[in-house]
Design a binder for this molecule. Structure first.
Ligand code: SOE
Length: 387
């Protein structure tokens, strides 16, 4: 009889919604060795989490994460809460012997990441950070091409993650803008993603030199109801100090000699959730744009001189040609942001059943945090910092 994996998900807003969709879809589109039971969704606000339970298709709703994490009826804990609670919940879940999927960034500090790793290693549970962009088919295809040597020696990794949701000075102080809850602003929220892709596609960072900037220093506090998620809320008349970066940029060197140039901002009007990456090597280049996420642009320097140029690979060919897409539709029927979470959770479930590790692990989350902290240190000292 196939095993059933019962999931307890802590956190029910944006990532809770994306993960709920993935827990439901993964068993339908991937041939997994277990069925998934969307057992309990958990959050602080009873009315909110009950409404999310009904809407997102969970069996039970709870406001007591400790009870969920320790329940004998739960096998997997999926953490989608604001960043300041990741460590406490993950350590408790590990102690309770649960396999853990945790949203990025793994935690607020390197120290917290280390405690989480100690707990999951002791408990011998599968652990994964949800850097979902690794499982965009075009990104997984880029990884395959780089690993096969199609680009040769890598010279440059250039990445930009640009949004514009807080350019309005009236936008209130949601948790993503509060250092105590989020750890940093764009840096830990979206630089974390392109740092992870740099580690995944190019290699480990060696040293960095960065700057972080806050354009709007004060914002309205959220109104009394405090209703709001990390991306929106109603503002009150009272003002509060912004304690995080609005933009964070850094240059750096990878251990393998490649050069890095990364930029994260929430002040790029017109860019709603724009990840653009270019990797240049000795034999060719790759270019990716999340706003056109089913395509990978490839310049192959081995092509005859009279017909060289960036070719457009439409990454939708199933049958094992391109990663993940064979589980969905025929060639050319493109997929979207939500599918990256389905791919992530499908690989996580497979790893849990195989008792194997699955990238990116909490160890990857720690390495990500080391880069984040090195950039923050460099921004303060105005010096190069070793990772
Ligand atoms: C806000 O920047 C955000 O929701 C990030 O937190 C997510 O990780 C990203 O996937 C979309 O934008």
């Amino acid at each position: 009889m196939a095993k059933t994996l019962r999931v307890g998900m802590i956190g029910y807003r944006f990532m809770g919604k994306a993960h709920s969709n993935a827990w439901r879809q993964a068993p339908h589109f991937f041939n997994l060795p277990a069925s998934v039971e969307m057992h309990t969704i958990c959050g602080r606000d009873l009315a909110g989490v009950e409404s999310a339970r009904a809407q997102l298709g969970w069996q039970h709703a709870s406001t007591d994460w400790k009870a969920v994490v320790n329940s004998p009826d739960i096998d997997i804990v999926d953490i989608n809460t604001p960043n300041d609670s990741h460590a406490e919940i993950a350590i408790a879940a590990a102690k309770a012997g649960k396999h853990i999927l945790c949203e990025k960034p793994l935690a607020l500090t390197v120290a917290q990441c280390k405690e989480m790793i100690q707990a999951v290693k002791k408990a011998k549970v599968v652990n994964m950070v949800c850097h979902n962009y690794r499982r965009i088919p075009a990104i997984a295809q880029a990884k395959k091409m780089i690993d096969e040597g199609s680009l040769g020696e890598i010279f440059h990794y250039r990445a930009r993650y640009a949004q514009d949701w807080i350019v309005d000075p009236e936008f209130p102080l949601v948790w993503r803008l509060q250092k105590g809850v989020s750890g940093s602003g764009t840096h830990g929220d979206i630089n974390a993603h392109i740092i992870d892709l740099g580690r995944y596609l190019v290699g480990e960072f060696k040293e960095v030199c960065g700057l972080m900037h806050t354009f709007i220093k004060e914002r309205p506090l959220m109104d009394q109801s405090g209703k709001g998620d990390g991306l929106g809320a109603k503002g009150s008349k009272k003002m509060g100090k912004v304690t995080v970066d609005d933009a964070a940029m850094f240059i750096g060197r990878f251990q393998n000699g490649a050069l890095a140039n990364l930029e994260a901002t929430r002040f790029a009007l017109g860019r709603k959730n724009h990840v653009s990456i270019e990797i240049n090597g000795s034999k060719g280049s790759l270019q990716f744009d999340l706003e056109d996420m089913n395509r990978l642009k490839y310049f192959d320097n081995t092509n005859p001189q009279d017909r060289q140029g960036f070719r457009d690979i439409l990454v939708t060919q199933g049958g094992g040609t391109h990663p993940f897409v064979g589980n969905w539709w025929p060639p050319g029927h493109i997929i979207g942001y939500e599918h990256t979470f389905v791919h992530t959770i499908a690989d996580f479930v497979q790893a849990v059943m195989d008792g194997k590790s699955v990238h990116p692990t909490f160890e990857d989350g720690l390495k990500n945090e080391r880069v984040l902290e090195a950039v923050e240190e460099s921004a303060k000292s105005r010096q190069w910092v070793k990772v």
